[in-house]
Design a protein around this ligand. Structure first.
Ligand code: UDP
Ligand code: MG
Length: 341
């Protein structure tokens, strides 16, 4: 048994049976280097339906540096990331994806920057391997987000990042449900720096983000960090009222001065339909915020941990109790643990 790990890797995993062996092999290769700090790997199984849970348990039984947190169902990437961050023990954590799009070979560069005194080191995507349309969408989105949001999130920064203890503590304290971790991370402040990395294509399997889920994440980013949509509504309302008043003035003037009776059934209908549409659209925007308030006031946990399997590399006394988890020595029979918020 050793004392506390110096570095923790936090990795959400969902249906990654194809890439998991590759990921673990690459991580082991990195961690086995003599110069590399002692490291724990926290893998969160986000309710996978393929062979992932079994592969993870087997890996934990073989490698005492692994901790596996099984969630009770699929809670989504951001919730799984949160679960991973709740279960790390080192003062420095690196958040990364399981599909090798975030290359483990970047981690030493993160550590170098951290040694220079930075609390957050995040990867800026210098290049992407996706198609041109998707690339365009990503770029356009990050720019839009920066335009509307009060907090200037760094452009093209993803979740792949190193976080030090002060930031980790802050992130753990933020229990909002509509989570957008890269935004929260930026919001937390401290000394942050981005380094350019190439974002690889998935090593195998396929992205768990459907177009719809990506759209939802994008909407989350905007609505969680700004009230600009609400302000836009007010501004548009004011502009419409001004236009209506001006038009009414013009109609009265033309009737009185030129004797023209008001005309234009088509104009009337289009105005009514247009405004009804705008009102419904804006009710939708208000609804979006109300729905978010509703989600938050319910105060449900962000995820529910079913069981936690931990290797015996680290002594229990060195762990701070952050969540309710159970230690399993030697990666043996896992024990059920309670839920974490
Ligand atoms: N993931 C997860 N829960 C989900 C979807 C994804 O834990 O519901 C994990 C997935 O295994 C991967 C990471 O989150 O490690 C990023 O997912 P993905 O590669 O599908 O997203 P993309 O890279 O396409 O944005
Ligand atoms: Mg991916």
């Amino acid at each position: 048994m050793t004392s506390r790990p110096l570095l923790s890797l936090a990795i959400p995993v969902y249906n990654e049976e194809e890439v998991l062996p590759l990921l673990l092999a690459q991580l082991r290769e990195l961690l086995d280097r003599p110069s590399f700090p002692s490291t724990e790997i926290v893998l969160v199984n986000d309710g996978s339906r393929d062979a992932t849970p079994r592969l993870l348990d087997e890996a934990a039984a073989r490698d005492p540096r692994l901790t596996v947190v099984h969630l009770s169902r699929n809670f989504g990437h951001q919730a799984a990331l949160t679960a991973a961050l709740d279960h790390v023990h080192a003062d420095v954590a690196v958040v990364m994806d399981a599909d090798l799009q975030d290359s483990p070979s970047i981690i030493p560069r993160f550590l170098e920057k951290h040694a220079e005194g930075y609390d957050v080191v995040y990867a800026i995507r210098a290049s992407r391997q996706e198609g041109p349309l998707l690339r365009f969408c990503y770029r356009a989105y990050y720019r839009l987000l920066n335009m509307v949001s009060e907090s200037r999130a760094p452009l093209d920064a993803g979740d792949f990042a190193l976080l030090s203890r002060p930031v980790l503590d802050q992130l753990r304290g933020m229990r909002e449900h509509n989570r957008y971790l890269r935004g929260l991370r930026h919001w937390a402040g401290f000394r942050q720096i981005g380094i350019e990395v190439d974002r690889d294509a998935r090593a195998g399997g396929r992205s768990n983000y459907s177009a719809l889920r990506l759209f939802k994440l994008a909407i989350d980013g905007i609505f969680s960090f700004s009230v600009v949509p609400l302000r836009a509504m007010a501004a548009f309302g004011a502009a419409t009222v001004s236009a209506a008043v001006a038009y009414a003035g013009y109609t009265i003037y033309s009737k009185l001065v030129w004797g023209d009776p008001p005309q234009g059934f088509a104009a009337l209908i289009s105005a009514i339909v247009f405004l009804a549409g705008v009102q419904m659209l804006f009710l939708g925007v208000i609804g979006e915020y109300v729905g978010r308030i509703y989600e938050e006031v319910k105060g449900r946990p962000i995820y529910i941990a079913d069981r936690v399997v931990r290797g015996d590399r680290w002594t229990e006394s060195t762990f701070r109790s952050t969540a309710s988890y159970t230690t399993v020595t030697g990666g043996g029979e896992p024990v059920r643990s309670g839920s974490s918020t």
